[in-house]
Design a protein around this ligand. Sequence first.
Ligand code: DGL
Length: 282
Amino acid sequence: MTQSGDHRPIGIFDSGIGGLTVAQAIQQALPHERLLYFGDNANVPYGAKTNVEILRLSRGITRALLERDCKLIVIACNTASAAALKPLRAELPEVTFVGMEPAVKPAAEHTRTGVVGVIATVATVQGEVFTSIVERFAQDVKVIKQACPGLVLQIEAGEYATPKTEAMLRGWLEPMVAAGIDALVLGCTHYPFVRPLIERIVGPQVRVIDPAPAIARRVEHVLRGTGALAGDDRSGGMHCFTSGVPEFFRGVLQHLGMTDAHVGQGHWAGNELTLSYTSPRI
Ligand code: DGL
């Protein structure tokens, strides 16, 4: 048993509920850690915003999480990672960040057909980070990238399996299957909410890759490397904040079976975000 350790929380954020899929993987891998999650539901979707705007929001969120004494910041959003991770690391060199990037490498290693697919937001597929990942990890593989505008909002609306969501997904995925993909990367942390529907459309011959467990392993590796893991004599837990409606957020947590979390309110005032512990346990 590791006594004591560093019991400051891990800060995690996303444009909305998507990063909860990452938080859940971190909670499963590191049950003794305390998690502070912020979902910027008032500003979702980030995928349709400019990099300047995404950086402004990510900076405000990072500062609010650091004020709550977070020992590590996980940007549980591919879009915010692509736009803000590099500048935030330069601005805050003393802070440890873990970001997301589309899991092109495992897809390229898995493929037998030589064709892999990536679905993500418009901002992610158009960004320089995406181009550089493909250049680094998928030189001998054909990568079909597909932006899915509107899908994040469908998921935020709880439309995980409605005919409209299915029609949207079929429009993007069926051409990729016809082009021979045998691996599909979920390049947005919202998309695991519709994974059952995606798997039904692409069929069993296509491996669907969600990077959340790999991100959880990365968080563990980084904390272990800096001696900042919480002791296993401590109990973990999660406190969420949303700039949207806390009742809505509680419903999503219930859907994910994360019923042990608190939900508080986040308020934006210009560039400043304040997090207040207002609500009781769900
Ligand atoms: N979960 C975010 C991502 O991983 C969604 C971005 C958005 O709000 O459009 O990219």
